[in-house]
Design a binder for this molecule. Structure first.
Ligand SMILES: [Zn+2]
Length: 470
């Protein structure tokens, strides 16, 4: 979908207007009958968009009291934008003009208007949103450009997630990351199986044993000359392109959405793409270990012990706890950068989703309080909220194995936290773990989340990175 700056809203196309108060409807210049109908809509507590045909084209008017500069108000504007997208598409409008809309409203409109249609055959047109262009009146060109970059970065992540594994395997994911790097101005290096073997990444290789497709490990780097940080921020994304659970096979129903088990990787690719295009003055590295998790061939079995790249041995007691095995190697790899901070994003545990649902991301780690405060605030501003879980060393007790340094599953309790503590074992730097298992994938459209991958994490990371001063 294209976004245009219009000095004057083009005539004839529908216009959407947000008023801060019903009284300001007088400025619309509508005939009295239309104004009275609008007034009556408000007076009876009508919510959402009021549609009125007019000589200059249909008009949609909404009174939004909420202040778009507060986190809660901004979310109301985003949701209003999503509702508008639904209305316009239902009426098959191809374009809309918006006069002085808030930024979050346009963001919600654009995010809601996305649909993954690549794999439709005869039904493609019927499933493609009618809305093709948004004309924004009254914005600076740079503001529009910035919003477009943020939205496109989210949509890139969503499309990667929505591609099933027969379209996007580990090699495909690495290629997509390399393509994004080339297009948006950062670098990508893709390690093949041979290189991964030379790095002794036993976690990534072990998870890959049951697959016919080779694993990949991708290193992305955006290093602008004016970077404010001497040590890089490292973003690590879980890239399990499909998760059957391995020999600890998942039940059929819960396998339906497992193409989304690389949502962390997608968020990292989206964030690097956005950061480079926004030219944020921050040095950022992205690390993506990728494989599918299958029960074929010599698939890793419960009881097997893998040796990770740092020499730690890990007893695999549940082959469906594979994310932490491949992330262990990536987190160890990150040490070579002496990073300022490492954030990993992973659809890691059902326990995280069960604890707080799809409303937020479970977060934990050992970074400093000022860093936490910035990240939590960034999450609130973009409504990609974080819930901080405890990260006490007491939980390490649950990861003790009788035959190896660690076991890959802690037991029935505190599953999200024991997963995080397993990961922490492979770090020696300030670290935050984001478990996005809850909000990564939408089974049905929900506000500005279209059905499928949500692209969660991209707007959070871009917002956080844009606040960095060191
Ligand atoms: Zn799994």
């Amino acid at each position: 979908m294209k976004m245009h700056l219009a000095s004057h809203p083009p005539k004839g196309m529908p216009r959407a207007i947000v008023l801060s108060h019903p009284d300001s409807a007088a400025q619309l210049g509508w005939p009295d009958a239309s104004l009275q109908a609008l007034r009556a809509f408000w007076d009876r507590g009508g919510k959402g968009w009021f549609a009125a045909p007019s000589a200059q084209g249909d008009a949609y008017v909404q009174w939004i009291e909420a202040d778009a500069t507060t986190p809660a108000g901004a979310e109301k504007h985003r949701q209003a934008g999503a509702a508008l997208a639904k209305l316009l598409n239902a009426s098959k409008f191809a374009e809309v003009a918006l006069a002085h809309p808030s930024h979050p409203l346009v963001e919600g409109l654009c995010l809601a208007n996305y649909r993954y249609t690549d794999l439709f055959g005869k039904q493609k047109a019927a499933n493609t949103p009618a809305l093709e262009a948004i004309h924004v009146h009254g914005w600076e060109a740079q503001a529009l450009k910035n919003l477009e970059i943020r939205v496109e970065s989210v949509l890139l992540a969503r499309t990667l997630i929505n591609q099933p594994v027969n379209v996007l395997n580990a090699l495909g994911l690495a290629q997509a990351a390399a393509d994004a790097a080339k297009k948006h101005g950062f670098t990508a290096e893709v390690f093949n199986k041979k290189k991964i073997e030379s790095l002794k990444m036993g976690g990534l290789l072990g998870v890959n044993w049951g697959s016919l497709d080779e694993p990949t490990f991708t290193v992305l780097e955006y290093k602008p000359a004016n970077a404010v940080n001497a040590q890089p921020y490292v973003l690590v994304g879980k890239g399990v392109v499909y998760d059957t659970g391995g020999l600890s096979l998942k039940p059929t129903g819960s396998m339906d959405t497992m193409k989304s088990d690389m949502s962390g990787a997608a968020a990292v690719i989206g964030a690097l793409s956005g950061a480079a295009q926004l030219q944020l003055p921050v040095h950022v590295i992205g690390l993506i270990p990728a494989t599918d998790n299958r029960p074929g061939g010599n698939a890793v079995t419960p009881g097997d012990v893998l040796t990770m790249s740092d020499g730690t041995t890990g007893e695999v007691l549940n082959t469906d706890a594979e994310g932490r095995l491949i992330l262990a190697d990536a987190l160890h790899y990150a040490k070579r950068y002496t990073p300022q901070l490492v954030i990993d994003l992973a659809t890691l545990t059902g326990a995280a989703a069960r604890a707080i649902g799809s409303y937020a991301t479970v977060a934990m780690g050992n970074a400093s309080e000022p860093v936490w405060s910035d990240l939590l605030a960034a999450g609130d501003r973009v409504h990609e909220r974080l819930v901080r879980f405890p990260f006490w060393d007491d939980y390490n007790e649950l990861l003790k194995s009788t035959v190896a340094d660690l076991k890959n599953i802690g037991g029935a309790d505190a599953g999200a936290i024991t997963a995080g503590k397993f990961l922490e074992h492979f770090t020696d730097y300030p670290y935050i773990h984001l478990d996005i298992a809850g909000p990564a994938f939408a089974d049905k459209p929900q506000g500005y989340w279209s059905v499928g991958g949500t692209g969660i994490g991209v707007r959070l990371l871009l917002e956080f990175l844009s606040t960095r001063t060191a």
